[in-house]
Design a protein around this ligand. Structure first.
Ligand code: DOR
Ligand code: ZN
Length: 349
C-alpha cells in the first residue's frame, strides 16, 4: 500500500512579509508573489522609504499597475517608522485602510534602513497610539552596534529592546519578523497572544554553513543572517508546531545578480517564485503537511484580524527543476534553491 500524499489542497495563502521594490524591479517580481499569494504585507524600505499614507497609497497604485492582467492579489501596505514618525498620519492612514501595519527598522540594520529608528524611546507616542487602535508593529529584530557579533544581534535585541518594549506596551500587537534563533522562538512562545512571528523558507532550509559552502555564497546571505543548525531546527519545530503564533512571511528580497555577486553584496534572498514549494518541502520532511494550511493561510490573517481568503490552491507532488537564474522584465535574478530540485508544484485554482 502506498500512503504517501501526492496532492494537498489548502485555502489560498498570504505572504506576511515581502519586498516588492519599485520601478523596474517591481515590474520584474510582482507577478511571482501575485501568482502564489492572495495578499501580502509589503515592506516599505524603498528609497526614499514609505513614511506617509499618501506615499503608501501611491506605492499601492504602482504595485497594482505592475500586476499581470487578471491577477487576484491585494497588497497590504506598511509605514516605515522614523524618529519623527507622525502618529496622526499613521492612525488616519490605518483608519482609511491604507496602512495595515507599521515597520520598525533599527537605523542601519539592513537594506535602506538609514532613516530607521535610532532609539525606540523616540517613537513611544506612536507605538502607544498603535496599541490604542490595534495596529500591528512589525519588527526587524536586530541591534546594530558594531561591537555585537552579527550572529548575536537578534538575541541581544530581544534582551535589550523587545522584552522591555512589550512590557511597556502590553497590549501592542507585535510581529517579530523573520526570526532566526531558538531564543526568538522561546521569547515568542512565552509571550502573550499579541506577540507572533514570521518565518522565512530560507531560514527553515539553510544554516550559516550555506554561506561558505566551498567558497563565499552571496545568494545565501540575508539579514538577519542564517544561524547555527540548532537554531534552524528550533525554527522548523516552531513553524510546523501548529501554534498560531507562527506564520508565513517569505522576506523575498530581490537584488540584481550583480548587486549580490559583488565585493560588498546586498543582503536578501529572492524566494518568491517557489516559496510555497519550498515551505511544503519542510512541512513534508517534518511530517506536518496537515499543518501547512494553518501556517500559510489561517494564522496570519487571524492575527491581523483580516478575513480568510475564499479560494483554494493545490500542491501536487512533482519534481521541478529550479533554474539557475530568472530573466524578468530586464532583471536577472537568482532564485532560492537555484539549480536544485523541489518535489512539489503549486497549482493556482
Ligand atoms: O536580507 C534582507 N534583505 N533583510 C532585510 O531585512 C531587508 C532585505 C532587503 O530589503 O533587501
Ligand atoms: Zn524583509
Amino acid at each position: 500500500m502506498n500512503d504517501t500524499i501526492d496532492r494537498i489542497t489548502i485555502r489560498r495563502p498570504d505572504d506576511w512579509h515581502v519586498h516588492l521594490r519599485d520601478g523596474a524591479m517591481l515590474e520584474a517580481v510582482a507577478s511571482f508573489t501575485a501568482r502564489q499569494f492572495a495578499r501580502a504585507i509589503i515592506m516599505p524600505n524603498l528609497s526614499p522609504p514609505v513614511t506617509s499614507a499618501a506615499s503608501a497609497a501611491a506605492y499601492r497604485d504602482r504595485i497594482m499597475a505592475a500586476l499581470p492582467a487578471g491577477a487576484n492579489f491585494t497588497p497590504l501596505m506598511t509605514c516605515y517608522l522614523t524618529d519623527d514618525a507622525d502618529a496622526d498620519d499613521i492612525a488616519s492612514g490605518h483608519a482609511a485602510g491604507i496602512f495595515t501595519a507599521a515597520k520598525l527598522y533599527p537605523a542601519n540594520a539592513t537594506t535602506n534602513s538609514a532613516y530607521g529608528v535610532t532609539d525606540v524611546a523616540h517613537i513611544m507616542p506612536v507605538l502607544e497610539r498603535m496599541q490604542d487602535i490595534g495596529m500591528p508593529l512589525l519588527v526587524h529584530g536586530e541591534v546594530t552596534d558594531g561591537d555585537i557579533d552579527i550572529f548575536d544581534r537578534e538575541a541581544v535585541f530581544i534582551e535589550r529592546i523587545l522584552d522591555k518594549l512589550i512590557r511597556a506596551l502590553p497590549g501592542l500587537k507585535v510581529v517579530f519578523e523573520h526570526i532566526t534563533t531558538a531564543q526568538a522562538v522561546q521569547f515568542v512562545d512565552s509571550a502573550g497572544p499579541n506577540i507572533a512571528a514570521t518565518i522565512t523558507p530560507h531560514h527553515l532550509h539553510i544554516n550559516r554553513n550555506a554561506m561558505f559552502a566551498g567558497g563565499i555564497r552571496p545568494h545565501a546571505y540575508c539579514l538577519p543572517v542564517a544561524k547555527r543548525e540548532l537554531h534552524r531546527l528550533a525554527l522548523r519545530k516552531a513553524a510546523t508546531s501548529g501554534s498560531p503564533k507562527y506564520f508565513l512571511g517569505t522576506d523575498s528580497a530581490p537584488h540584481e545578480i550583480h548587486a549580490k555577486e559583488s565585493a560588498c553584496g546586498c543582503a536578501g534572498i529572492f524566494n518568491a517564485p517557489y516559496a510555497l514549494e519550498s515551505y511544503a518541502a519542510v512541512f513534508e520532511k517534518e511530517g506536518a503537511l496537515d499543518r501547512l494550511e494553518g501556517f500559510a493561510s489561517i494564522y496570519g490573517a487571524n492575527f491581523y484580524g483580516l478575513p480568510l481568503n475564499e479560494g483554494m490552491i493545490s500542491l501536487e507532488r512533482s519534481d521541478i527543476q529550479v533554474p539557475d537564474d530568472i530573466e524578468s522584465a530586464g532583471s536577472t535574478l537568482v532564485p532560492f534553491h537555484a539549480g536544485s530540485e523541489l518535489n512539489w508544484r503549486m497549482i493556482p485554482s
